[in-house]
Design a binder for this molecule. Structure first.
Ligand code: CMC
Length: 468
């Protein structure tokens, strides 16, 4: 199944700059020379120069295949005693990666070089999984074998069914998914060699959809539905979600296609919060199930994948409050209010999120084909129009992100709101797996262990309890 030549070899160090614009990074002094502010200048030379306490340090500049530049500070602390400080990691590259390319200014997203628009239009989710993990589009035979694996490994150990009985019906399916994925390590505990590793990729992709659907079935008190081998990845998931033993069920092709597109759009997004978490955990050589479970937990937060659930809740709240969307735009702008327009803004996209563009169109088409007239879609569009023409949002470059329209689409497909982030997780799994694999295949990778600038109390003596 694995291609012979592993594509996507690491980007070479070039130490070359393509423009004369000065680079600025903030470096906080630490240890020697503490408290001294530093400056960095880079030019058309091979290195960037950093000056700290009157001493100059040469730092190599790395240029990626798309011209992105990074100043390599690997030697900085050893030579100067200083570290860099970058709250939220907005300026920090944690690795070199050949999986996903984003240009936030131009709204470009590519997986292994292929534009997201082309993949969403033409590919199946299984193809995209293969592409992300192994670096190339599969041949017909490779795809057959890979898809067959995704089908044949969909069942989960019968004993795991008992776990579902233990969760309260109100359990959030993200809690169930993360626990169940971590629990797979108890069934597949072997130290991962090459073959096991590939099998575990398949196992986790195949079983996650069964676990997700069963978490939903448990929450509504319906019998768990087993996977069916003749169905596609998306068809199988929909069948496990929506069929009941008392009736025939046939997933709508419109819904199946929409799900395929949604999963592809979620599949990877370079070093986002959850992917960085997976890489962080995997860097300690924790097993794949533990690493992916950690990624699911990171995705859950409302500033990340949890935003799609929050978008729907926000739209419902606005509708219940008389659909006065302008009131909520104003609230989002109010510094004294905690309210944010969920589904707006992105750390990387500062023009438009290409995934949101695809989904906005898909929303119109799918709702029309399914004959769904959803007032929440109208509110979403009005909200988008107001926000896109408002100075606050224009100045801050806040545009709808992938979560803004995915919620409306999931809702039209019959997916319940608390399952939205689970859907995101199902889609993101191949991305997490490909990053984990990239990290493991890199002979130079080390345990991820950032530093800090300590700001707490200096040394003091213990005070006995009766003297405090
Ligand atoms: N509504 C109102 N104001 C906003 C919003 C928003 N959704 N997002 C950012 N801002 C403002 C923010 O208050 C700040 O204003 P000021 O400069 O006056 O202090 C400015 O825009 C910059 O925001 P930030 O929080 O510093 O930006 P960030 O890059 O740290 O955060 C974000 C990015 C996505 C967390 C943020 O835009 C946000 O909270 N959005 C809503 C949640 C959301 O939709 N998350 C899904 C992200 S896409 C899916 C994924 O990849 O996870």
């Amino acid at each position: 199944m694995r291609p012979k030549a592993q594509p996507g070899s690491p980007v070479e160090w070039e130490g070359r700059l393509r423009s004369e614009s000065p680079l600025k990074i903030m470096v906080m002094a630490h240890g020697r020379g503490s408290g001294t502010y530093t400056k960095i200048k880079a030019s058309m030379m091979e290195n960037a120069k950093l000056s700290l306490d009157g001493q100059e340090y040469d730092l190599p500049v790395v240029t990626g295949t798309e011209g992105e530049r990074g100043i390599d500070i690997t030697s900085l602390r050893g030579e100067s005693g200083a570290i860099t400080l970058d709250s939220g990691y907005g300026n920090t590259g944690s690795c070199q990666s050949s999986i996903c390319f984003i240009n936030g200014e131009q709204g470009i997203l590519r997986y292994r070089g292929f534009p997201i628009e082309q993949l969403a239009e033409n590919a199946s989710f299984a193809e995209v999984c293969y592409l992300l993990i192994y670096g190339e589009l599969p041949t017909a035979d490779q795809l057959k074998a890979f898809s067959g694996g995704l089908t044949n490994h969909s069942m989960i150990h019968e004993d795991m069914k008992k776990f579902f009985e233990g969760y309260p019906a109100s359990a959030h399916p993200m809690a169930v998914l993360s626990s169940m994925i971590a629990s797979l390590a108890t069934y597949y505990p072997k130290i991962e060699g090459d073959e096991d590793e590939d099998l575990n990729f398949i196992r986790v992709l195949a079983k996650a959809k069964t676990i997700a659907a069963w978490a939903y079935k448990k929450s509504i008190g319906q019998p768990l539905v087993y996977p069916l081998n003749h169905l596609s990845y998306c068809g199988n998931f929909l069948n496990m979600m929506f069929s009941v033993p008392t009736e025939d069920y046939q997933a709508s092709p419109v819904v199946e296609n929409a799900l395929n597109v949604l999963l592809i759009l979620h599949a990877d997004h370079e070093q986002n919060c959850s992917t960085s978490t997976v890489r962080m955990v995997a860097s300690s050589q924790a097993n794949i199930f533990a690493s992916l479970s950690a990624g699911i937990c990171a995705l859950w937060g409302p500033l990340h994948g949890g935003a799609n659930q929050k978008v729907l809740e926000m739209l419902e709240m606005i509708r219940a409050d008389g659909a006065d969307y302008k009131k909520y735009v104003n609230l989002a702008k109010d510094r004294d209010s905690e309210f944010r327009l969920m589904g707006f803004g992105h750390r990387v996209y500062k023009n438009f999120d290409p995934r949101a563009t695809i989904l906005r169109k898909a929303c119109d088409e799918v709702l029309e084909e399914l004959g769904v007239d959803d007032p929440l879609l109208d509110i979403a569009k009005q909200l988008e129009d107001v926000a896109l023409n408002d100075d606050y949002f224009i100045e801050r470059k806040l545009y709808p992100n992938v979560d803004f329209y995915s919620g409306v689409l999931y809702r039209a497909m019959g997916i319940p709101t608390n399952m939205f982030t689970v859907m995101f997780a199902l889609g993101r799994l191949p991305g997490w797996i490909s990053h984990l694999k990239e990290l493991r295949d890199d002979p130079g990778s080390r345990i991820n262990r950032p530093r800090q600038v300590y700001t707490g109390a200096t040394q003091r003596d213990y005070v006995p309890l009766d003297q405090r």
